[in-house]
Design a protein around this ligand. Structure first.
Ligand code: AHR
Length: 536
């Protein structure tokens, strides 16, 4: 991926998410060394602003970047669903059958491949029966007016696939099986008939099934062996009766643990017999700059910028660690690593209810999103699913709403710019990333990835991590016929610039084109920016 590198050691405080509550390998290393030192390739020393020489090798394509790494996560938490998606049919806010029209239009443009729902921790306490039919049965803090049929309507409106996370924590395999029966069975089945009576005769499609959530923590505090037994039963009995494409089943994997969950699951998978199987194993990894979440989401300085954007390095490390465990049992990489919760988890917006996990979204989030997607793309052979947490109003959101107002975040724009990478084939780049150092944190100065889309067009994404200096890329395109590159760049006045309801376009992509001369593409990009260029 990167050549001519010196291997340096980057020392910075360990990253921990909610998923890191258990004593983790990373945490234990950090405790003993006081610092977490991650060996990663960074550039050899050279002039800070020297052009970055990149070589693209189109003759050695890599794996297909599964579109499902651009998945989203929508949990019944704060105003992620109520207010963010669902306003109800009688609302003055323009809606289609209770679902916000403005949000649907914005999400359609992202070509969201799948949405994970209803949680998160919420999923392991969810009683689907309370959320169907004319008489909804509220739970404490949950009206259940947005239930299965409303979620499927939302999925259909934005053109995405359903990733349903079943309740393996407090629920039974029978309840989960009946939920799938309700969603997918034909109408001559009693539950299929109930769905039809509720207005939906055609069976729904369920593309992905989550077998619990963080079962080592909020999903039931299960030991690896206990979880494996539960997961096998659920995998076997929770059937999809509308298998227009085979449903992928995702087991609960690590969230920063030392690997015993992944090891137990993959070992069982290798020796599997009977009717159970899995197609994915989850990893939850949040960028926090140190647990508990404390970095402000707006009004922060360069130190806090670097403290957060270093976390994709730790995520890359975690993916390597957990992939190695999977490789032991599955060298053919049949089971995908599904990073089905990732993103920035920051201090709650002052004045908001901390339980709602409301945070602003800045140019720092845009850089973080691009670096994280680049990590997934580099591991495209194993990482074939990922879901950013979360879609609307919660954590690193695409969209923020307040009553009838809506604003697109910098993260939204990154997801939009990366649409050409969906199902594109990874094309290797080699470059010396250089270094950017501040406040005792050393990071690569730049990052870049490339891919060829299904129509044959080459795309290059470059990120300038350095918030103080522009970066010039000189990209050698040996064997590629192109006369120019055109696309968009996302920069901002400051790293903590945000879009607000009153000023929604402070951080917005702008068109950018660059010349190709003598087989080289030269482009200069702004500090702390994300750029996507297609070769023409
Ligand atoms: O995304 C917020 C929460 O983080 C999810 O409910 C849980 O799975 C994780 O701990």
């Amino acid at each position: 991926m990167i050549s001519r590198l010196s291997l340096r050691t980057i020392c910075s405080p360990p990253s921990r998410g909610p998923a890191f509550r258990r004593s983790s390998l990373l945490t234990r290393v950090a405790r003993s060394a006081l610092l977490l030192c991650i060996a990663m390739p960074v550039g050899v020393a050279h002039a800070a602003n020297a052009p970055v020489q990149v070589t693209l090798d189109a003759s050695k394509p890599g794996a297909v970047i599964d579109r499902n790494i651009f998945g989203q996560f929508a949990e019944h938490l704060g105003s992620g669903i109520y207010g963010g998606i669902w306003v109800g049919k009688d609302s003055a806010i323009p809606n289609t059958r209770g679902i916000r029209k403005d949000v649907v239009a914005a999400l359609k443009a992202l070509k969201v491949p799948n949405v994970r729902w209803p949680g998160g921790c919420f999923a392991d306490q969810y009683d689907w029966r309370r959320g169907v039919g004319p008489e909804r049965k509220p739970a404490v803090g949950e009206p259940n007016s947005f239930g299965t049929d409303e979620f499927m309507d939302f999925a259909q409106q934005i053109g995405t696939e359903a990733y349903i996370s079943v309740n393996l924590g407090s629920g039974t395999a029978q309840e989960a099986a009946e939920w799938l029966e309700y969603m997918t069975a034909p109408i001559d089945d009693a539950l299929g008939a109930e769905r039809a009576k509720n207005g939906h005769p055609a069976p729904y499609k369920v593309a992905i099934l989550g077998l619990g959530n963080e079962s080592w923590g909020c999903g039931g505090s299960m030991s690896p062996d206990f979880y494996v037994n539960e997961m096998r039963r659920f995998s076997q009995f929770v059937r999809n009766y509308n298998a227009v494409q085979p449903m992928k089943r995702v087991a609960v994997g690590e969230g920063g643990g030392e690997g015993s969950y992944n090891d137990a699951i993959m070992k069982a998978w290798k020796g599997r017999s009977g009717g159970w199987d899995i197609e994915g194993l989850s990893l939850h990894f949040y960028a926090t700059g140190g647990w508990p979440p404390h970095l402000p989401s707006a009004g922060f300085d360069e130190k806090d910028y670097a403290a957060l954007v270093k976390d994709p390095i730790a995520m890359d490390d975690a993916i390597k660690t957990y992939s190695a465990i999977m490789d032991k049992y599955d060298p053919e990489k049949k089971v995908a690593l599904a990073v089905d919760e990732w993103g920035a988890w920051l201090a709650p917006t002052p004045g908001s209810n901390p339980a709602g996990l409301v945070q602003q979204n800045s140019q720092r989030d845009a850089v973080l999103a691009a670096l994280s997607i680049n990590v997934f793309a580099r591991h495209a052979d194993r990482v074939r699913m990922a879901n950013i947490a979360q879609m609307i109003n919660v954590l690193q959101a695409m969209i923020l709403t307040d009553k009838d107002k809506m604003v697109l975040t910098p993260t939204y724009h990154v997801f939009h710019m990366y649409v050409p990478f969906q199902d594109a084939t990874f094309v290797p780049l080699t470059f010396d990333s250089g270094t950017y150092a501040t406040n005792g944190i050393t990071l690569p100065r730049v990052d870049a990835i490339a891919a060829r889309d299904k129509a044959g067009k080459l795309w290059i994404a470059v990120t300038n991590i350095d918030p103080k200096s522009p970066a010039t890329f000189i990209i050698s395109l040996a064997g590629v016929k192109a006369i120019k590159a055109a696309g968009q760049t996302l920069a901002a006045p400051k790293v903590d610039s945000v879009n607000s309801f009153d000023a929604p376009n402070i951080v917005a992509p702008k068109p950018l084109s660059a010349r190709v001369a003598g087989g080289k593409l030269t482009v200069t990009v702004a500090p702390a920016s994300v750029t996507m260029l297609g070769l023409e």
